[in-house]
Ligand binder design. Structure first.
Ligand SMILES: [Zn+2]
Length: 292
């Protein structure tokens, strides 16, 4: 190995190898597939801890000798611009172990494992995650992350705890701004929406493309309660499939019409008449009432 090529490979991302003559990079196919999967999961709203757990559960091999995936590895991979081919030359002078950027980044230096749009989408999803859930926390408590909005103010409806009960509530309510000050118990909301999406009659309304995703989703939903061991994996799959099928969920947590209430007023949970409008990606939308 020449000095130049050994330098080239040592700086290369872990999903790339060198060709026989060591003149250019090639994908390590399985690893490239794993990188794509990680981006897909991040865009689906999963944080790095949840992704690491998921890969471990699926027994996806790591890129090192480590047996388990580490969230910091996932984090740095999701931030790594080499995923879409960019190379940032670095200077290692003056004892900088990690190097300091030197000169402009070079596009197309590495074969791109994902495109720039995918990279950007993952960054946006990560920003949202960090803003709403903090770095740790139970990443999969809310499988509807990023999908729910408030029917009354258009704000985002987010996952929250009120006296130890998990709820979905309008962000404005938590900001002490005027909105309906009503919340929907998370468990009730999830059961309601999943029961609707798993209903066989819905399949007839779907376009060809969406049918496969919906069939997959229904199968995951129906196996959730019976299959304890794979519950986490199933919830991950559901989270990803939901994003493919559902465009948005408009939450009417206090029913048809609700006046803004003063920010000192108590937040009311599970109001009679609450419903959610489910807007599917391929067109139709449905009004879905709580089944409890
Ligand atoms: Zn609101």
């Amino acid at each position: 190995m020449t000095k130049e090529s050994s330098k080239k490979i040592s700086a290369a991302p872990s999903w790339l190898g060198l060709t026989q003559n060591r003149s250019s990079f090639v994908f390590l196919q399985d690893r490239a597939e794993t990188v794509r999967k990680i981006f897909q999961l991040a865009i689906g709203g999963m944080g790095s801890y949840a992704i690491a757990n998921y890969l471990d559960e699926q027994k996806v091999p790591t890129f090192t000798r480590s047996l388990n995936w580490d969230n910091t590895t996932i984090d740095s991979m999701l931030r790594n611009r080499a995923t879409y081919g960019e190379y940032q030359p670095k200077s290692f002078a003056a004892g900088h172990k990690k190097g300091i950027p030197s000169g402009p980044p070079i596009a197309g230096y590495y074969p791109a494992v994902i495109d720039k749009a995918t990279f950007d989408a993952a960054q946006a999803a990560r920003q949202q995650n960090l803003a709403h859930r903090g770095r740790k926390g139970n990443d999969l408590a809310n499988i509807f992350g990023g999908l729910c909005s408030c029917a009354y103010c258009g704000g985002e409806v987010i996952f929250h705890r009120i006296s130890n009960v998990q709820v979905l509530v309008c962000e404005q309510v938590l900001n002490d701004s005027a909105c309906s000050r009503s919340a929907w118990t998370y468990k009730d909301f999830e059961t309601t929406v999943l029961a609707f999406l798993a209903h066989p009659a819905l399949l007839d309304k779907m376009g060809e493309e969406q049918r496969t995703s919906l069939l997959g989703l229904a199968e995951e939903i129906n196996s959730l309660s019976s299959d304890g061991d794979r519950r986490y994996t199933r919830r991950v799959n559901i989270t990803v499939l939901l994003k493919q099928i559902v465009d948005s969920l408009i939450v009417h947590s206090a029913g048809n019409f609700s006046l803004p209430r003063h920010s000192s007023a108590q937040i009311r949970k599970d109001m009679d008449g609450r419903f959610v409008e489910i807007q599917l990606r391929d067109g139709p939308y449905y009004r879905c009432i709580s089944i409890n």
